[in-house]
Design a protein around this ligand. Structure first.
Ligand code: SAM
Length: 282
């Protein structure tokens, strides 16, 4: 008999997946973890009933949060991924030979262990890369206490509900700004503006006092439903966001990585925001 999974992110609207096989379910830890197989999206990981990763479309999200800031910066050596317990962000970041160190700060060690075992294609060996360091800690605490500096911070978090909520606060952004190098960049998943528009406005207002440059770019990820997803951008310098398509193309050709979504031309185009999204940035 077929069974459907319905995501519980929104009170007024749901997406459903036909489940061909329930693979794992664990409750009672920091977050409820579930994994199931679907005919259309491959393996689907949920935390507290909300879609985190599907093996079908995760490449779009991970490529856009990793390669856009790395090619915009031009010489990223040190990276901190906050959240990202599935390992997909580490995988994309570590494709760049310029990256010497990638620290993953994940609050829930069970997610890392679980994804390493049940979704190994997402991390694709990144957890065992000698450049990787895994820290099991709350990202807000890590960023407040560390004296390390990063060229790139990728906040690959859950939505601002539960443990991920603190990663959308002004104090976290202030600490991120302090932990960035002079031309450093922080990017994050900032929700789907059509359904979560207030997140864009809040992020803009909370970051503005602490960074020289604050903006957003977009990517369409099928299972983050509701249209374009907003990816947040904040930097201690204006230059990286303004780089021309030619410069990005030159950097890509000099140090290419294998992608399925990202291209240098798309990189530049992703910063062209729909009017209704621009109107949220106030
Ligand atoms: N791509 C996903 C999305 O947008 O739904 C995010 C995937 S990733 C699995 C999110 C991770 O953030 C989870 O493993 C969760 O445990 C972690 N996380 C949530 N709050 C955190 C916090 N305060 N500090 C560090 N990691 C956190």
């Amino acid at each position: 008999m077929s069974r459907w999974f319905h995501e519980t992110l929104y009170g007024h609207w749901q997406q459903g997946f036909l489940v061909s096989r329930q693979l794992f379910r664990s409750s009672g830890g920091l977050q409820d973890i579930a994994l199931f197989e679907t005919p259309g999206f491959g393996r689907v990981l949920t935390l507290d009933g909300v879609i985190q990763v599907t093996t079908g479309d995760e490449f779009i999200y991970h490529e856009m949060l990793a390669h856009v800031p790395i090619y915009a910066h031009g010489a990223v050596r040190s990276v901190c991924v906050v959240g990202g317990g599935d390992g997909g962000m580490l995988r994309e970041v570590l494709k760049h030979p310029s990256v010497e160190r990638a620290v993953l700060v994940e609050i829930d060690g069970a997610v890392v262990d679980f994804c390493r075992q049940h979704m190994p294609s997402v991390s694709d060996g990144a957890f065992d890369d000698p450049r990787t360091e895994i820290v099991i800690a709350d990202g807000i605490r890590f960023m407040a206490e560390t004296d390390r500096r990063f060229d790139l911070i990728v906040v690959d978090s859950t939505d601002p509900i539960g443990p991920g909520e603190v990663l959308f606060t002004e104090s976290f952004y202030r600490d991120c700004a302090r932990c960035l190098t002079a031309e450093g960049i922080v990017v994050n998943q900032n929700g789907v503006p059509f359904l979560q528009g207030q997140e864009v406005t809040d992020t803009y207002r909370r970051r503005k006092p602490h960074f020289a440059d604050v903006g957003f770019y977009v990517a369409a990820v099928p299972t983050y439903v509701g249209g374009f997803m907003a990816l947040g951008w904040a930097a201690n310098a204006a230059r990286p966001r303004l780089e021309t398509a030619e410069t990005i193309r030159t950097r890509f050709d000099a140090a290419p990585v294998r992608t399925r979504y990202y291209t240098p031309e798309l990189h530049k185009a992703a910063f062209a925001l729909p009017r209704f999204v621009q109107d949220l940035i106030v």
